[in-house]
Design a protein around this ligand. Sequence first.
Ligand SMILES: [Zn+2]
Length: 253
Amino acid sequence: MGFIIGTAIGSFLGVVIVRQTTNDKRQTTKIGGRSRCDSCKKQLMWWENIPLVSFVFLKGKCRNCRSPIPYWLPLIELAGGLAGVWLASWASQTITVITFITVINFIGAGLMASALIWVFFSDLAYGLIPDLAVGVGVIGAVLSHLSNLSDLGYLSASAGAAGFILLLVIITRGRGMGTGDVTLAGLLGLWLGWPDILLAVWLAFIFGAVAGLTLIGLKLKRFGQTIPFGPFLIAGSVIAAMANDNWKTILGL
Ligand SMILES: [Zn+2]
């Protein structure tokens, strides 16, 4: 159940990402309405719009004009599905009694997961970190920490992470990272707190370096060309959030 709802939310976020980058004003402002092919604008039938399933039996192409469906659309649906499974199992393990606060925490975690998936694929596909997505994530992070909001650790982790990335943006004069990465780092700090945000940022730089060198090795990129950093920050944060606490004991944190 969590998987199916998750793929539907992932699919919806995919549509939001595509439309936010379309210049057509009428399309950007209108989130609702029937889904259509981005190449030939033909409206999709309901059975062409089932998350994951449709991509497989349409063999990744539009039925009308044969133009390829973006490779990341099934991935965002899959990511949504996995997030749904994770949220459902997290809820069944941690929530024993349903109270106002546990419901709010659950909604917060759902908004946070959606925001991370939204930013991840938007940055990956278009190099864009939407302020709206970061805003949704901030609301999610606040709601999921509602019972310990007085803990200033989350705020200082947020300011610390955003400040660190801002410093890098200033030093590198905006090559490589942008202001979107600053707000994203602030969001991730607010979500993870100390010391998890340290692990997250450290992993992000490792992943970024490995991916950069791999792309250069495969001659897909040259030195000096940039790759979006947001997906690495998010990947590092998800691992930091899921990791057990052994690394903290080892480092004495
Ligand atoms: Zn088409």
